[in-house]
Write a protein that binds this ligand. Structure first.
Ligand SMILES: Nc1ncnc2c1ncn2[C@@H]1O[C@H](COP(=O)(O)OP(=O)(O)OP(=O)(O)O)[C@@H](O)[C@H]1O
Length: 712
């Protein structure tokens, strides 16, 4: 009865009437509890309300409460949400923290007490920084340079090792694309321990490893934390890694007051060793735990909820949950296919222009690079935007630096300093010795003239240098878009990139993406300077976009960073196989290893369930100048949204949609085409594709292998 007062005042403050399960979770005061929920079920809402309940109703001191989540942004958002709603009721600050910052406080206290000096190397610049150390060790061990993309792969692999608590001796058995990972890892750990005697170097994930070790080896320290944090709550618990899990379990062992909130269907950080297994095994570890399930979605329309339910049901490793909603109906999920990526962007811009308010709209994508073209388009259309991952370093990528250096050099083929940065990146056949020779020549003359004047040079090489001189001169007079193509094709920069990628085992996809993005930005520009200025301007806009956050600006975010958020309207773009799902997961699934494809499905699901009212899925047939195939997930959604269109009449109705002459279908490998023949008796399906022309297939194989799907 007394709790009624609490819930009444909660309702007044939040405007939310808690449902039965939510109330039960909020009122749960002792013992472990797993609160499993579907998206939009109010997990964060309940977690905050439970903290309030503990403080106001149970008289718990806020200092004894620890609310953990797994990203800085999520911790901040929880804190802000709590302050906004309950700041008036609770004056003392509650500790909302990431697990890393909690661990940092453990090691800092321990090191200070034991007079151990340490340096954090995660975000440092210069030779001591984690990235510089990793780069140096990789290059020493592998005798080859490490690109930014590979560096990210290496850093992720090391993060994975630590979070999964993999022993050094087992690293070599890991399935990884990083060459000699075991050796690099060992050297890295050794360097951090011993390179600076008397000073430990510590990276982000060392905070976890060291905290776990400190708590394990020092019972008095562990007891201090156990006594201080009598109540521990973890949000987004599906993202807990093995080591994080161990730390949480240790700290809560005494009080046993662990309140775990999560959704196994939203576990999307596998590359950092996050694993839904923690949730799936909760009852085994805590046999006396309560498990509550919240399936009511307060966020989205029935149209979105129903489709998302069926879609996530395609995964096998999950708690079976069925989302329901009482929200009013709205529009169906929309699916749009475009021939080219720029058409997709034009469409979004037109749609945004029709809206009065765009602050409740988000554009979500798999890879940060998708944001760059968007920014360019949005700026041109005078639409305000906010980029959530504004730290993305697109504009500093070495490929962009190369391109700008080609352009700069074309202005003055005397500039040896710039020439040195590009001479290996086109077919120059210039040796290091020749570069040394140039250093002693008259700097007011063309480097090509100097080279052509070399005494013992064969005639064809002379001609070659004269030709290069002519080519760079030609490049200088071109508008940026033509210049880009000229650098790629005529000066063979792209071929050099391919050779480079092959040597280092890199995929060309990201390079294609960068070059195509540059081409998009260069459209319609007249001078190289204008192009370079535009790049600088866009970079600045991106960095400053955080200021637009609450200013009616459309939100641009990767799917990963959008977790926990909600918007009236969501566009998901670039939905093609190879991006979402990514290539590795498709290949693994073909070899009957479905785990990563399941994670890709969860990522897609997280994106869909951010939408309250409108959800639009956008796919293209040509992305970054490459022909691509629609995401298999989009095909599935299409079949869920529009099952069994007319099954009567002529044609082949062995599937949920009609296969008949004149009907448009989507082939998994070849994209959209129009049926010219569909004949069961002769087992023939003949399709005319827009770009590939007519192709014939076995009807049986297509149907059994689900190679064809309907087009809305
Ligand atoms: N009982 C309720 N009645 C009405 N609205 C509610 C109720 N509980 C939560 N909500 C609203 O539902 C929306 C989703 O809540 P919240 O963000 O807490 O969900 P979540 O489970 O954390 O979502 P996700 O896991 O998808 O990020 C919010 O707008 C919240 O105010």
């Amino acid at each position: 009865m007394v709790d009624k007062k609490f819930f009444d005042s909660l309702e007044r403050v939040t405007g939310v009437v808690m449902n039965g399960v939510q109330k039960e979770a909020i009122r749960h005061t002792s013992g472990p509890l797993l609160l499993l929920a579907t998206p939009g079920a109010g997990k964060t809402t309940v977690l905050n309300a439970r903290i309030l309940y503990l403080i106001l109703r149970q008289g718990v001191n806020p200092e004894n409460i620890l609310a953990l989540t797994f990203s800085k942004a999520a911790a901040n958002e929880m804190d802000v949400r709590f302050q906004q709603l309950y700041g008036q009721l609770v004056k003392q600050r509650v500790r909302f923290s990431t697990i890393h910052s909690f661990c940092y406080s453990i090691i800092r206290t321990y090191f200070q007490k034991n007079r151990i000096s340490f340096t954090l190397i995660e975000n440092e610049q210069g030779v001591l920084s984690k990235n510089s150390v990793l780069k140096r060790l990789y290059e020493e061990i592998n005798q080859t340079i490490l690109t930014e993309d590979k560096l990210e792969e290496l850093a992720n692999a090391i993060c994975f090792i630590k979070n999964s608590m993999i022993q050094i001796s087992d690293v070599q058995n890991m399935d990884t694309k990083v060459k000699d990972l075991g050796l690099i890892y060992e050297a890295y750990e050794d360097y951090k321990q011993n390179a600076h005697l008397g000073n430990k170097l510590i990276d982000f994930d060392d905070m976890l490893t060291l905290s776990n070790q400190i708590l394990e080896e020092n019972p008095e320290i562990l007891l201090k934390y156990q006594k201080q944090f009598h109540f521990v709550l973890t949000d987004e618990s599906q993202d807990t890694s093995i080591i994080q899990n161990k730390i949480i379990e240790k700290v809560t062992k005494l009080s046993d007051n662990l309140f775990v909130v999560g959704d196994d269907d939203q576990s999307i950080f596998g590359f950092r060793s996050a694993n839904p297994k923690y949730l799936l095994d909760f009852k085994t570890v805590h046999p006396h735990a309560r498990i509550l399930i919240m399936e009511q979605n307060y966020r989205s329309t029935p149209e979105i909820v129903q489709v998302a339910n069926v879609f996530i049901g395609g995964n096998t490793q999950r708690y079976k949950k069925t989302m329901v909603t009482e929200n009013p109906s709205d529009e169906k999920i929309k699916i749009h296919s475009f021939d080219y990526d720029y058409q997709q962007l034009d469409y979004i811009i037109e749609e945004l222009k029709k809206k009065k308010q765009i602050g409740q709209t988000a554009i979500l994508f798999r890879n940060n690079i998708s944001a760059i073209n968007l920014i360019d388009h949005l700026e041109s259309a005078n639409l305000l935007f906010y980029v959530r991952d504004s730290g993305y370093k697109f504009f500093n990528h070495w490929v962009i630096k190369d391109i700008l250096n080609f352009m700069r050099f074309s202005y003055s083929d005397k500039n040896l300093r710039i020439f040195e940065t590009i001479y290996t990146k086109f077919n120059s056949y210039i040796s290091k010795q020749q570069i040394e020779y140039l250093k002693n020549q008259d700097p007011t003359q063309s480097v090509f003239d100097h080279l052509a004047d070399l005494p013992t040079l064969p005639a064809f090489r002379k001609k070659n240098f004269q030709e290069l001189k002519r080519q760079f001169k030609k490049l200088n007079g071109m508008p940026p878009i033509d210049a880009l193509r000229y650098i790629r094709k005529d000066l063979h920069y792209e071929k050099k990139l391919e050779e480079f990628s092959e040597r280092l085992g890199l995929s060309m996809d990201s390079f294609h993406g960068i070059l195509a993005t540059l081409e998009n930005i260069a459209q319609g520009m007249k001078t190289h300077k204008e192009f370079a200025d535009r790049l600088r301007y866009l970079e600045q806009l991106m960095l400053e976009s955080a200021e637009n956050k609450d200013n009616n600006a459309v939100v641009l975010s990767t799917l990963h960073s959008a977790k926990g958020l909600e918007f009236d309207c969501v566009y998901m773009l670039d939905l093609v196989d190879g991006i979402l799902p990514n290539l590795e997961s498709i290949k693994a699934a073909e070899k009957k290893k479905p785990d990563s494809l399941e994670e890709e499905r969860r990522l897609f699901y997280v994106g869909m369930t951010r939408a309250k009212k409108e959800l639009e899925l956008l796919t293209v047939e040509n992305l970054n100048n490459q022909d691509v195939v629609e995401s298999q997930f989009v095909g599935e959604i299409r079949d869920i949204v529009c099952p069994g269109r007319s099954r009567t009449g002529k044609g082949v109705s062995l599937t949920t949609f009609q296969l008949e002459k004149g009907a448009d279908i989507r082939h998994k490998a070849f994209g959209i085409g129009r049926i010219t023949v569909a004949d069961v008796e002769s087992d023939l399906l003949e399709v005319k594709f827009r770009k590939l022309g007519i192709k014939q297939f076995s009807l049986k194989v297509c149907l059994e292998g689900k190679l064809v799907s309907s087009v809305l």
